[in-house]
Design a protein around this ligand. Structure first.
Ligand SMILES: Nc1ncnc2c1ncn2[C@@H]1O[C@H](COP(=O)(O)OP(=O)(O)O)[C@@H](O)[C@H]1O
Ligand SMILES: [Mg+2]
Length: 397
């Protein structure tokens, strides 16, 4: 049994000994997705948003996820988040932590820098308020964590890293920038089709060391994260799918079969050596072939990789286990993340539905979306809203 399921709270009450209790008390939207405007009051415990498909349920929880991660779980860019025809979107969340309130405000400007305010005061860079609210979001899209490309799993790791330690937002963007510049250089060298001159090679040397340094930092973060996640994923999977094989994670690096150090300095040297060895090939192909952008997180069930082998039900259980493990890990670090379950119960059979509900019930705040009330498990009673025709109306209890 997962630790999260072991201490049910009576009537959604709070555990007396835990100090950092965080919940979203208010969500306010302006021109976000389908909403010209919306105001939603929220409480600790469970809140369900129920309504027919296409009415704006996911849009609401997506906005809360955006406040936490500055990204969307279903859009690669910000443009689709802004209501069609509007110039920008604004999302405000009132967050209560230990009975202190904070107002987080994000202005989403597609193609331009977003702006952030904390308690109405501008924040120089939105990144600085990452970590004020932490969420773990479960969604139907999570199946891609198991069945999709390595990029899905890299994003899972990197987002979780950033949620745990917001400084990784900087590491990720540094690495992306280095990679882009280095690829541009390799591409232009490849396009010229003759041996690059000493100047190009010297510039490439500089980018190699940047790539090794920032890459090592990201890689070290991921390796630590995966070690911390492994037992939690195994436990969550065993609880969700007791009759299936054991779930495990293996980090697969582009450095091949070398034993990876967990020391950043040594990792940088390992990366530097591998980059050196692949230079000829990189110059021919015009792309960076070594580094964390080429890595994968292999999900294993027993002896086999889940991808390509696991059944639909096993894949679902694995995806849920990754999110549950993320929840456990964040919870062990400090305050409870807000849990968001977007339309996931309808996909599950009765057994897994009940087990998942039991495991998430003790969280400080759980937000659920469902098409019909019957899709909200009985274990998760709480407040509810009906979402239809762009209106979000609280149900009478
Ligand atoms: N940027 C946008 N501007 C206007 N409408 C949007 C935008 N993005 C999504 N929508 C609309 O939002 C609706 C989907 O809302 P969603 O929250 O996903 O529904 P559900 O209740 O099924 O979760 C669709 O009707 C879609 O057209
Ligand atoms: Mg939805």
């Amino acid at each position: 049994m997962l630790g999260v399921g072991s201490a049910p709270r009576a009537g959604g009450g709070r555990e007396a000994l835990r100090s950092d209790l965080v919940h979203v008390a208010h969500l306010s939207l302006q021109d976000f997705r389908s909403y010209p405007a919306a105001e939603v009051a929220l409480e600790p415990g469970v809140t369900a948003f129920v309504g027919p498909n296409g009415q704006g349920k996911t849009n609401l929880v997506e906005a809360i996820g955006y406040v936490a991660s500055h990204g969307s779980h279903r859009a690669a860019t910000d443009a689709p988040l802004v209501r069609h025809g509007a110039p920008r979107a604004i999302v405000r969340a009132g967050v209560v932590k230990d009975d202190r309130k904070a107002l987080i405000e994000l202005e989403i400007n597609p193609g331009k820098a977003n702006r952030a305010r904390l308690n109405r005061a501008p924040v120089p860079r939105p990144r600085e308020i990452l970590g004020m609210l932490r969420t773990v979001l479960f969604a139907p899209e999570d199946l891609a964590l198991v069945k999709g490309d390595p990029g899905e799993r890299r994003r899972f790791m990197d987002e979780l890293l950033t949620t745990r330690a917001p400084r990784f937002a900087g590491v990720r963007s540094d690495y992306d920038r280095v990679l882009k510049q280095r690829n541009a250089l390799l591409k232009s060298a490849a396009a010229h089709r003759r041996s690059p001159g000493p100047e190009v090679l010297a510039t490439l040397d500089v980018w190699d060391s940047h790539l090794a340094r920032t890459g090592a930092e990201l890689l070290a973060g991921r390796l630590n994260l995966v070690e911390a996640l492994r037992p939690l994923v195994a436990r969550a999977y065993a609880a969700l799918a007791p009759h299936s094989g054991a779930a495990d994670l293996v980090y697969k690096s582009s450095l091949g079969d070398v034993e990876l150090s967990t020391d950043r300095g040594q990792l940088a040297e390992q990366l530097m050596a591998a980059v050196g060895e692949s230079r000829k090939q990189e110059l021919e192909r015009g792309v960076s072939l070594v580094g964390p952008h080429r890595d994968d997180l292999v999900l294993r069930l027993g002896e086999l990789p889940a991808r390509g082998y696991a059944s639909h039900g096993e894949s679902w259980s694995f995806a849920l286990s990754l999110r549950l493990a993320a929840f456990e890990l964040l919870r062990a670090d400090g305050d409870d993340p807000v849990l968001i379950l977007d339309d996931v119960f309808a996909e599950l059979d009765t057994g897994r539905r009940r087990r998942l509900a039991e495991m998430v019930a003790p969280a400080e705040q759980v937000l659920i979306t469902a098409a019909v009330p019957a899709d909200v498990p009985a274990e998760l009673t709480g407040g509810s809203y009906t979402v239809s025709d762009g209106r979000v109306v609280r149900d009478q209890r």
